[in-house]
Design a protein around this ligand. Structure first.
Ligand code: B12
Length: 326
């Protein structure tokens, strides 16, 4: 929805109506979604005011409306129109230009489907029922290109896992489905972590789940977030005896030990492991715990460490120790 052109802004896009949905796509994702090179995006903005993206501490953030307009501009420019000539047109005028064009210059494959950032739960559910691992990978990987790591984790992967858990618990799906979805998510997070891990990061965090706790995805997600924030990460994985963790902290040069605990993290043996960690963790090393089980064991962890209710709280701690908010 774009208002008409006033003479003073000839050639410049009129100011944005406030109704636009929140800006949520970084420039790299927008370049992929529109097929417009990053340098061109910057030039179109700087020289012609094609769109005026929002900004956060990591740079430009584009809204859905920005992406839609850029796609239109690209199609018109692909037909041979000069950006300087068409940038002042409204979206409906641009659509008219496209519609009247003899040939549509933009190949179908280059056009991203509408609502690129939103996940179609039905898509993932249907893929899961068909045991379509590639379909699950593709949908999650698509979301990973358009969402910030924190949003991917908090608004897609964690709710998806909770849904899978409920569906398993109510018998709507089987254990095999749960395994399929959790391994797809584990692999994706693992490859992200590998891509983002830096060897020279000054501040390092060690990640593990205690002995008896085989649920690792929340912890792996936390490791991925720390790596994407530019911090050093050593991911030790699930089900690790307390002694092993304690003995690894100093040689690993870790400043923080991060534990992941789920609702399944219960029992005397488990509590003994936690107490050993709290008692023997070297002084000066911080202890952070997250996941539903962390709140359950706050009385053991609390005096010595931090209980983090969700990834938002966790992200704030990462920033406190030098992470750049991803
Ligand atoms: C995937 C899964 C498995 C996989 C794990 C695969 C893997 N490599 O991780 C496998 C198949 C191994 C498994 C096994 C079992 N599971 Co299981 N599992 C799940 C499932 C579906 C997802 C787990 C997960 O990753 N959750 C992550 C999120 C969704 O959990 P959350 O705690 O709500 O986390 C929130 C925050 O705390 C934060 N967060 C999460 N982690 C972290 C970490 C950090 C550091 C931070 C900062 C934040 C944070 O993010 C979330 C959203 O905000 C859950 C369902 C669920 N709702 O969790 C069941 C679930 C945890 N499992 C359950 C059970 C019972 C089992 C088994 C005992 C089953 C059995 N009989 O064998 C075994 C136990 C294994 C063991 N010893 O640990 C139950 C636990 C119920 C209970 N109260 O005890 C659940 C809840 C399913 C259910 N609805 O009943 N499971």
């Amino acid at each position: 929805m774009l208002c008409g052109m006033s003479p003073s802004t000839k050639g410049r896009r009129p100011t944005k109506p406030t109704a636009d949905p929140p800006a949520r796509f970084p420039i790299r994702a927008v370049s992929k979604m529109t097929g417009i090179a990053i340098d061109t995006l910057r030039a179109w903005e700087r020289r012609y005011g094609a769109v005026t993206p929002g900004r956060d501490d990591r740079g430009r953030m584009y809204s859905d409306a920005d992406v839609a307009r850029l796609r239109l501009l690209r199609r018109v420019v692909d037909q041979g129109h000069g950006i300087g000539r068409v940038v002042g047109l409204s979206n409906s005028q641009l659509q008219h230009l496209v519609a009247t064009a003899t040939t549509d210059a933009v190949p179908a494959a280059a056009q991203a489907p509408a609502g690129a950032g939103s996940s179609e739960p039905a898509v993932l559910e249907a893929a899961l029922r068909r045991y379509d691992a590639a379909g699950i990978d593709q949908e999650i990987a698509r979301l990973a290109t358009v969402l910030r790591p924190l949003d991917l984790l908090q608004s897609v992967l964690m709710p998806l896992l909770a849904q899978v858990g409920d569906d398993w618990h109510t018998g709507r799906i089987g254990v095999a489905h749960e395994h399929l979805m959790s391994s797809a998510i584990r692999h994706l997070l693992g490859s992200f972590l590998r891509l983002q891990t830096r060897r020279d990061a000054p501040t390092r965090l060690l990640f593990a789940t205690p002995s008896g706790e085989r649920h690792e995805i929340g912890t792996l997600g936390a490791a991925m977030l720390a790596a994407s924030d530019g911090l050093g990460v050593a991911y030790l994985g699930p089900d690790l005896p307390a002694r092993e963790m304690i003995d690894s902290v100093t040689p690993a040069g870790a400043h923080v030990l991060v534990l992941g605990l789920t609702a399944a993290s219960t029992g005397r043996a488990f509590e003994r492991e936690l107490r050993t960690i709290v008692r023997d963790l070297p002084k000066g090393v911080e202890l952070w715990a997250g996941g539903r089980g962390a709140e359950h064991h706050a009385s053991i962890i609390g005096p010595r460490g931090l209980v983090l209710p969700d990834f938002g709280a966790y992200q704030r701690e990462l920033v406190r120790i030098g992470g750049r908010a991803g």
